[in-house]
Design a protein around this ligand. Structure first.
Ligand code: ADP
Ligand code: MG
Length: 236
């Protein structure tokens, strides 16, 4: 396993995309979505990934989350190169070290908010008691202490997304990846969900990358990046 030596202060980036290439064939043409893209994110840091539809935001998040392989380049999670790992190990990293939030909540409809946050922890091997304690704490932290037994259909859109965030971090991942998590919400609710997310990131020393169209929300994160000509470009 190759180790990486990029440091900032005493820390290494928890997520490092290095020289990433991703090309799609479309008929006779090739779409160069990522072309030598670089992105390093440190613990406790929040990064907004902005850009128009089709820029490659979801592609970059899928690569960072080990859901896809780049055509070239390397994705390091906690300084571990992931491209040559067996699928079982990539799946373990995805389960233990990476949390995902999508535009739609993808919660299990027959289960309560509490159960939705508890189940991934039990799948990982925690006892029901331990998992429950953490689920209650997380949902309380996200302002859902009075909504534990509600099913997704009995929650508002903003509440559903906060449960989805709680579920994504239930197993204490190192990296949280969110793909337009407030894209379906009205501006006020989006603002509220974003606040919950950024507070959680700071409190838990997570690293997060959030794709969003909303520049007001992006302005509240530590960094803003976009994708231009296949490269990740720092804004500001
Ligand atoms: P964004 O999330 O910024 O809207 P995407 O990462 O979803 O952008 O897509 C970037 C570009 O790559 C788009 O032009 C899209 O059509 C193209 N694309 C995405 N996935 C595929 C695929 N599996 N095959 C071919 N083209 C794709
Ligand atoms: Mg997208």
């Amino acid at each position: 396993m190759s180790e990486l030596n990029v440091t900032q202060g005493e820390d290494s980036p928890v997520l490092f995309l290095h020289n990433i290439e991703r090309h799609y064939r479309q008929g006779d043409a090739t779409l160069d979505i990522l072309n030598g893209a670089e992105l390093a994110v440190w613990p406790g840091q929040s990064v907004a990934l902005v850009g128009p539809s089709g820029a490659g935001k979801s592609t970059l998040l899928h690569l960072a989350g080990l859901l896809e392989h780049p055509d070239a380049g390397e994705v390091y999670i906690d300084s571990v190169a992931t491209s040559t790992l067996p699928d079982t190990e990539r799946t373990r990293i995805r389960r233990d070290d990476i949390g995902f939030v999508y535009q739609s909540h993808h919660l299990l409809p027959e289960f309560s908010a509490l159960e939705n946050v508890l189940l991934p922890q039990m799948i990982r091997g925690l006892s029901r008691g331990e998992a429950r304690a953490r689920a209650v704490e997380l949902l309380g932290y996200l302002g859902l202490g009075q909504r534990l037994t509600h099913r997704p259909a009995e929650l508002s859109g903003g509440e559903q997304q906060r449960v989805a965030i709680a579920r994504a971090v239930a197993n204490a991942p190192r990296v949280l990846l969110a793909d337009e998590p407030t894209g379906n919400l009205d501006p006020h609710t989006a603002d509220h969900v974003f606040s919950a997310l950024t507070q959680l990131v700071q409190a838990s020393n997570l690293a997060t990358v959030v794709a969003t169209h909303n520049m007001d929300l992006a302005a509240r994160m530590d960094r803003r990046v976009t994708i231009q000509d296949g490269q990740v470009v720092e804004l500001d």
